[in-house]
Design a protein around this ligand. Structure first.
Ligand code: ADP
Ligand code: MG
Length: 670
């Protein structure tokens, strides 16, 4: 077997399972092996029943104290037992496992593993795993990988498939020779794959993560290196001579630019009027007003007679920019168009031909912009959002559509200067330090779930006062393993809590693009008061009238991501509020969330999150919302990034990283 083999060649995987894997974009052995666990379960020392806390996954060593009772209720077979230890009792229930009556007996002792629930005042375990004591002792030595799942695909299937590919792992070659590995304390690549999927212990797992993080960074730098060579060779093929155009546009804005915005625009105009091709990054915290800088740059290019393209990570955001740009630029005769995945075929054809003919000046879109059939008349500037910054291949592809267009990248990722210098080695950087005048700092609170009732009253008051509210939930539909608040249920809940004349709607990634667009339009138009959403709205959405951001299960997000989320409010003149609900009864997660109360500064937040990370957080919670790196995290693995740079500088083209799809995906379009 080899990396490029189809999944079906793995023993035990048939058409149906292969189709389920395909839903996760896993088509061949390589895809499978580069799908890393998102977590690991360990089997802990059992606790006593008295110590078992509601909502926690626990192991209890207990004896079956009752007869095993199996009955059928509405077609569902229920097996009930009572278990006890010296400290107390618990009720245990299994569904549709009538055969348990034969295997389990009163007086037997097992270790039961499950999530504790409270029902009618007693502690219960539903559908727990159960093991004989000796077996459990062995399991305590193991780490159980937990893979991203989809309907019809169990973790067990994943594990089995991985196991079947162990020989491929063993045969993997390493592009980093042994002496270099030894010198830098790096694990061998095949050993890293072995240990990421089947970790023997914590030390090996850490070693594996570091090694794979290094590989991702290295592959990134390697690709960047090639891009850079291209860039240095290019003279300015699209000189933009500064006339009055940009200042007219700037004067037409309903506000005065901040110093940082002005400087960024000046930098851009100097680049585009200079000898070489522009390759510039504009870095500015959420809400600092990067969009208008991009708009000014695009307009300058159009006024000079070229076309401009702006690629953003989501359709929702593309729609929003399209509307803004149309409004502010059409008075200047600029023709703006939108191209996204869901654009109807007929319109697409029309747009594509207009683009090729030069009848469109600025095109805004998602990935759709880099499809092969998109041809430009004369593309002078490509603007991408930070998410794409990392998808080097994608950027290359879009840039390749013009003869060396200028490149402008917008980023809100608060990365420390030392890292920025490595990651953005090929770029000039403009930083927007200040927020627009007149913004009131967001008021923040991190609270427990018992605060919800108060929060709902507050939301109601805010809505009555004309404000709008975002509520973020981590998942879409109810999952049987995780008891997370989800968008659908939450929407219902809000409808019942709020008066009927307040409109509550939901937004999530599984909705159709036009449904999403319709909801966003109504939200922006003020027709919807409360928008319950997944993190689809994390990126870039701008509704200056929104005043409350409430995040449920906030403990499940990285602080940087929470900072991005709260950046959706506080964008207008009104006082805005962010409410972070800690869904877990844990002081540590609360302490982490409290950092958000202390500051509204993205750099500070990122630094604190790193500082507070305990040694037990392998993956931690991924800092940034970027999807470029599968495993590597800019903050956690800053040392690996530095090492990757060192190796690349020392050996460069001599160490050729294997194709690393993980580092190339760049984005997910929600
Ligand atoms: P981000 O940097 O997060 O992309 P946006 O570009 O979306 O921020 O801008 C956020 C909001 O601030 C928008 O409503 C925009 O119109 C407004 N804005 C931008 N620049 C200024 C400014 N100089 N003064 C006042 N409001 C501004
Ligand atoms: Mg933005």
């Amino acid at each position: 077997m080899k990396l490029t083999d189809e999944l079906k060649s793995i023993k035990g995987i048939g058409d149906k399972t292969a189709a389920n894997f395909a839903k996760l974009h896993i088509q061949n052995v390589r895809d499978l092996l580069t799908t890393y666990p998102k977590n690991y379960l360990t089997y802990e020392e059992p606790v006593s029943i008295a110590e078992a806390k509601e909502g926690e996954r626990v192991s209890v060593l207990a004896v079956i104290g009752t007869y095993v009772d199996t009955r059928t209720v509405r077609g569902l077979s229920l097996t009930n037992i009572g278990i006890r230890d010296a400290s107390g009792t618990m009720k245990v229930t299994w569904f549709n496992q009538p055969f348990l009556k034969k295997t389990l007996h009163r007086g037997d002792t097992y270790v039961f593993v499950g999530v504790v629930k409270m029902r009618n005042g007693s502690k219960c375990l539903d559908h727990p795993e159960y093991y004989k004591q000796e077996k459990y002792r062995d399991m305590m030595q193991e780490w159980m990988p937990v893979y991203p799942l989809t309907k019809g695909l169990t973790n067990n299937t994943f594990v089995k498939a991985m196991k079947a590919c162990r020989s491929v792992i063993a045969d993997m070659e390493d592009y980093i020779p042994e002496d270099i590995r030894r010198e830098n304390g790096l694990m061998e690549r095949s050993e890293a794959f072995e240990n990421i999927h089947f970790p023997m212990n914590e030390t090996l797992l850490r070693g594996a993560i570091r090694r794979l993080a290094l590989d991702e960074f290295y592959a990134f730098l390697y690709d960047m290196g090639r891009l850079k060579e291209d860039a240095t060779r290019t003279a300015n093929t699209h000189p933009v001579v500064q006339g009055k155009a940009v200042s007219e546009f700037v004067n037409s804005l309903p506000f005065a630019l901040t110093k940082g915005q002005q400087q960024a625009i000046e930098d851009i105009l100097a680049d585009m009027g200079g000898d070489g091709c522009m390759n510039r990054l504009v870095q500015g915290d959420v809400g600092s007003g990067k969009t208008v800088v991009a708009e000014a740059a695009l307009y300058a290019v159009v006024a000079a007679g070229y076309q401009g393209a702006m690629m953003v990570p989501t359709e929702v955001l593309a729609n929003q920019h399209y509307e803004e740009f149309t409004k502010s630029l059409s008075p200047f005769g600029v023709r703006v168009a939108l191209l996204v995945g869901s654009t109807p075929a007929k319109d697409k054809r029309h747009i594509l031909s207009a683009l090729a003919e030069g009848e469109i000046d600025i095109i805004i879109g998602t990935h759709a912009l880099i499809e092969d059939r998109v041809v430009y008349h004369d593309l002078g500037l490509v603007v991408t959002d930070e998410q794409h910054r990392f998808g080097v291949k994608q950027r290359e592809k879009l840039s390749g559509k013009g003869t060396y267009p200028h490149v402008l990248v917008m980023s809100a990722t608060p990365i420390p200067r030392t890292l920025a210098i490595i990651l953005y080695a090929d770029m000039d950087i403009s930083v927007i330090k200040e927020l627009p005048k007149g913004r009131k700092p967001i008021k923040n609170c991190a609270v427990g779930t018992n605060y919800r009732a108060t929060a709902y009253r507050f939301i109601r008051e805010q809505a009555e006062a004309g404000g709008q509210i975002y509520i973020i939930c981590p998942m879409v539909a109810e999952s049987d393993t995780l008891d997370l608040t989800n968008v659908e249920q939450y929407t219902e809940r809000m409808r019942s809590v709020l008066p009927p004349d307040m409109h509550v709607e939901m937004l999530h990634g599984q909705m159709k693009a036009d449904e999403k667009a319709a909801i966003m339009d109504r939200f922006l138009a003020g027709e919807i008061q409360v928008l319950v959403s997944t993190t689809v709205i994390e990126v870039g959405i701008n509704n200056p009238n929104a005043t409350v951001m409430m995040v449920e299960n906030a403990e499940r997000f990285g602080l940087a991501q929470l900072h991005q989320l709260r950046g959706r409010v506080g964008r207008g003149k009104k006082q805005s509020y962010a409410i972070f609900v800690n869904g877990k009864e844990s002081p540590e997660s609360m302490e982490r969330l409290k950092v958000l109360e202390e500051s509204n500064d993205g750099f500070f937040i990122a630094g604190e999150d790193l500082r507070m990370r305990g040694p037990g957080d392998f993956f931690g919670i991924r800092q940034s919302g970027e999807t470029l790196f599968e495993i590597a995290d800019l903050y956690n693995h800053a040392d690996m990034l530095a090492l990757a740079q060192k190796l690349y500088q020392a050996y460069g083209e001599r160490l050729v990283p294997p194709e690393n799809p993980g580092s190339m995906t760049g984005t997910t379009v929600l």
